[in-house]
Design a protein around this ligand. Structure first.
Ligand SMILES: NC(=O)C1=CN([C@@H]2O[C@H](COP(=O)(O)OP(=O)(O)OC[C@H]3O[C@@H](n4cnc5c(N)ncnc54)[C@H](O)[C@@H]3O)[C@@H](O)[C@H]2O)C=CC1
Ligand SMILES: O=C(O)C1=N[C@H](C(=O)O)C[C@H](O)C1
Length: 266
């Protein structure tokens, strides 16, 4: 069977380097291009801590697509860049696997249109760790019985967006299931701005940023005389790779926009 050819965008970043390594180690995938705004001309394999692979980093995504013709682009860049990157990929009829967070609902709607216009597909996955998908699924289920809930997400201090994409997706899933509820005391007042976290449909999301952390989330439910805590920890970035690889393998078997890895895998 022919290998799936892959372009990694953001190949010099924390996630991008891990994806390059995972693609190089997968016998059914072929890394044909690596793009990043830093590290131009460096070998992607070496940057990822592997032997040289002969793919050097470039900075121009469109031009690189036109010369290397990848089947799939994997994007782990940054919130301000991802929308434009996805447009370039889909207009070149390259299927996109997107881990970068920060896309708005309006942007997702536009991405859906591009997939339709170009007869291709795009997965936007706020979290590729299978344990995180289960944490979100369990939280959604628990909220049927425990409508009082707060989300605490904890990440490394280089993260650009808050709250995390995972926390937003978790809140959206909970919202689908739980009864409408404005939590907290109606007269509560913040003595310091932001003390109660971000408000989302009557629940609160809290963001912690500290060196030493990777990606962690607790969903805390409270009821009379009991609490339930659902927690997931990514202790390294390898935790995301089985999900990324599964998405690269499957993305061309589907069409349109898929939001959430669970909708491709489960
Ligand atoms: N969906 C998931 O499971 C996960 C998602 N993420 C998300 O992935 C994104 C990247 O995270 P990290 O790798 O930690 O960040 P990072 O800052 O380590 O890497 C981003 C890389 O993208 C490059 N870059 C930025 N703008 C670019 C552009 N316009 N064109 C080409 N390259 C560009 C940077 O030079 C950098 O090398 C973030 O949005 C983060 O939230 C991170 C971990 C897991
Ligand atoms: O920036 C990160 O690191 C992560 N970002 C994603 C998010 O915003 O949810 C996924 C994971 O939490 C790691």
């Amino acid at each position: 069977m022919a290998k799936i050819t892959v372009l990694v965008n953001g190949a010099n970043g924390r996630m991008g380097r891990e994806v390059v390594k995972a693609v190089l180690n997968d016998p059914d995938l072929s890394l044909v291009a690596a793009v990043d705004r830093s590290g131009e001309g460096m070998d992607a394999g070496i940057l990822a801590g592997m032997p040289a692979c002969g793919v050097t980093l470039s900075t121009d995504l469109a031009q690189t697509m036109e010369t290397t013709h990848p089947m799939v682009m994997v994007d782990f860049t940054q919130p301000q860049a991802v929308f434009g990157n996805v447009q370039i990929a889909l207009e070149h009829k390259v299927a996109a696997v997107v881990g970068t967070t920060g896309l708005s609902e309006e942007q997702l709607a536009q991405i859906r249109l591009w997939t339709e216009q170009n007869a291709t597909s795009c997965l936007v996955a706020p979290n590729f760790a299978i344990g995180a998908l289960l944490m979100m699924r369990f939280a959604r289920e628990a909220s049927r019985f425990f409508p009082h809930v707060e989300i605490i997400e904890l990440h490394h201090d280089q993260k650009l967006d808050a709250p995390s994409g995972t926390a937003i997706k978790t809140a959206e899933l909970i919202q689908e299931e739980r009864q409408a509820l404005q939590q907290g005391h109606p007269q509560e007042k913040e003595l310091i701005n932001g003390a109660r976290g971000a408000a989302f449909e009557g629940m609160r999301i809290h963001s912690v940023r500290l060196p030493g952390l990777v990606a962690h989330q607790e969903v805390i439910f409270g009821s009379v005389g009991q609490t339930l805590v659902i927690r997931h920890d990514s202790i390294n970035r390898e935790s995301f790779m089985p999900g990324v690889l599964a998405a690269v393998h499957r993305i061309r078997e589907v069409s349109g926009l898929i939001y959430g890895l669970e909708n491709l895998l489960f």
